[in-house]
Design a protein around this ligand. Structure first.
Ligand code: MG
Length: 382
C-alpha cells in the first residue's frame, strides 16, 4: 500500500545550543533532517512532507535537496498545528507516518516493520522501548515518596504510523486549539487502538548539545580529539590602546596590523583551524582583501566557531598565552576569558587566558611588538 511520510520540523531547538536549529545542523556531514527524509525515501515513501517554521524554509530546502519526494510546507505554532498543515498537503496515500525531525537515527528497516504492522490490520503503530531504569517519584527535596512499578511502562518514539482514514478522522475530530504531544494520543482520543513494535535506541531524540556527539558514535562515526596550535605576533606602532582577546587595553602604543591586530584571537583562530585541519587565518581572511582592513577579530573567531559546528566538531578547551612586557595583562585577564567564552559559546571553565614576559630578551623584551600562542582542543569526527 502506498504510504506518505510527514516530518515535523517546526521547533527552534534552542535547548540543543548552536546558531542554527538542531534539525538543520550537520550530523556526520549530513544535516540532521536529511537522515530521516532519506530513510523514508529509501523505504519507498511516495512523498515526504516536511512542516517547518516559515523562516527556516530555505534552510530546510537546502538541507534536503536531492532527496526524492520531499515537499516543504509551513508549520504552525504547535506540533499539532504543524501536523495538521502537513496532513492537508499529503496526497492520496493509504498509510501515513509522522516523525520528529530531531530523531535522525531512522532506518528503512524500522519503516518497513511499521508498514508490516499496519498491513496486518493495525490502525496505528509506533516504536517503543522498555525502561531500563527503576522509576521512583520524589518530592522537591529529593526524598523518595513512591516506588513506581515499571512493568509495561514504555518510552514511545517516532515515526508513528497510521491508516490514513483513521488519522484524518482523528485530526478532523480534534478541537481546533488542541495541543497533543504525539499522534498516537490523537488517534487514541478518537477511539482507535495503537500497536507498539520494538523501538530502536538509535531513534533517540536530540535535546541537549551532548546528544549530537552521542548519536554520532551510535551511528557509526569514529571521533578523535585533536589539539591545534596557533602563533601570532604584531608590531607596536602609534596608538593609545591595544586590543587583545576582544578587550581594549589602554597603552602608550597601538598594534599595527591589517585588522584590529588582536594577536590573542588570531593565534586562537589558527589553533582552531589547526585542530580542524583547515589551513590558517590568512587563507580564510586574506590580508590582501580590503574587507578585512580594520576588521574586529570577533568576526574571525565567530567564523572559526562556525567551521567547528559545520564539521560536527566541538571545542573542548582553549588556552591563550600572551607574550609581552607591557601592557600588564593581569587586570584584564578575566575580561578576556569572558569575551572569548562568550564568542565561542563555551563555559568559562573551558577557556584559559594567561600571560608571560620574556625577561626583557628579544624583540618582545625590547617592546618592539607583542606575540601570542594558543591551543584549541577539539573533539571531532575522525
Ligand atoms: Mg595577526
Amino acid at each position: 500500500m502506498k504510504f506518505a511520510a510527514i516530518i515535523v520540523a517546526g521547533g527552534r531547538g534552542e535547548r540543543a545550543g548552536g546558531e542554527i536549529p538542531k534539525q538543520y545542523r550537520p550530523l556526520l556531514g549530513r544535516p540532521v533532517i536529511a537522515w530521516s527524509a532519506s530513510a523514508f525515501a529509501q523505504a519507498g515513501a511516495a512523498e515526504v512532507v516536511i512542516a517547518c517554521a516559515p523562516d527556516h524554509a530555505d534552510l530546510c530546502r537546502s538541507a534536503t535537496s536531492g532527496i526524492p519526494g520531499v515537499r516543504i510546507v509551513n508549520g504552525g505554532e504547535t506540533r499539532t498545528a504543524s501536523v495538521r498543515a502537513a496532513l492537508a498537503a499529503v496526497g492520496d496515500a493509504g498509510f501515513i507516518m509522522i516523525h520528529d525531525a530531531a530523531r535522525p537515527g531512522l532506518s528503512p528497516l524500522l519503516v518497513q516493520s511499521l508498514l508490516a504492522t499496519l498491513a496486518e490490520g493495525a490502525a496505528a503503530a509506533a516504536p517503543a522501548l522498555a525502561l531500563p531504569d527503576t522509576l521512583r517519584r520524589a518530592d522537591a527535596s529529593g526524598r523518595i515518596t513512591e516506588d513506581i512499578a515499571r512493568d509495561g511502562v514504555m518510552r514511545i518514539q517516532t515515526p508513528q504510523a497510521f491508516r490514513a482514514d483513521v488519522l484524518r478522522a482523528a485530526y478532523g475530530a480534534l478541537a481546533p486549539d488542541a495541543s497533543m504531544t504525539d499522534d498516537v494520543a490523537v488517534v487514541r482520543a478518537h477511539g482507535a487502538e495503537a500497536v507498539l513494535i520494538e523501538g530502536d535506541a538509535k531513534l533517540m531524540k536530540i535535546t541537549y548539545p551532548e546528544d549530537m556527539a552521542m548519536l554520532e558514535s551510535m551511528l557509526g562515526g569514529e571521533r578523535i580529539t585533536c589539539v591545534g596550535h596557533g602563533v601570532d605576533a604584531h608590531r607596536f606602532g602609534e596608538g593609545s590602546f591595544v586590543t587583545l582577546c576582544g578587550v581594549q587595553i589602554p597603552h602608550n602604543k597601538g598594534l599595527v596590523g591589517h585588522s584590529d591586530a588582536d594577536a590573542g584571537w588570531h593565534a586562537l583562530v589558527d589553533a582552531i583551524l589547526g585542530a580542524l585541519g583547515q589551513g590558517d587565518i590568512g587563507a580564510h581572511f586574506p590580508p590582501s582583501d580590503p574587507q578585512w582592513k580594520g576588521a574586529a577579530s570577533e568576526r574571525f573567531l565567530r567564523h572559526a566557531a562556525k567551521l567547528v559546528a559545520d564539521a560536527s566538531a566541538r571545542i573542548v578547551h582553549v588556552d591563550v598565552t600572551l607574550l609581552c612586557e607591557r601592557p600588564k595583562i593581569g587586570p584584564y585577564r578575566e575580561a578576556m576569558r569572558a569575551r572569548t567564552a562568550e564568542v565561542l559559546g563555551l563555559p568559562l571553565s573551558r577557556v584559559s587566558v594567561k600571560a608571560t614576559t620574556t625577561e626583557r630578551m628579544g624583540f618582545l623584551g625590547r617592546e618592539e611588538g607583542l606575540a601570542a600562542q594558543a591551543t584549541a582542543t577539539v573533539d571531532r569526527p575522525a
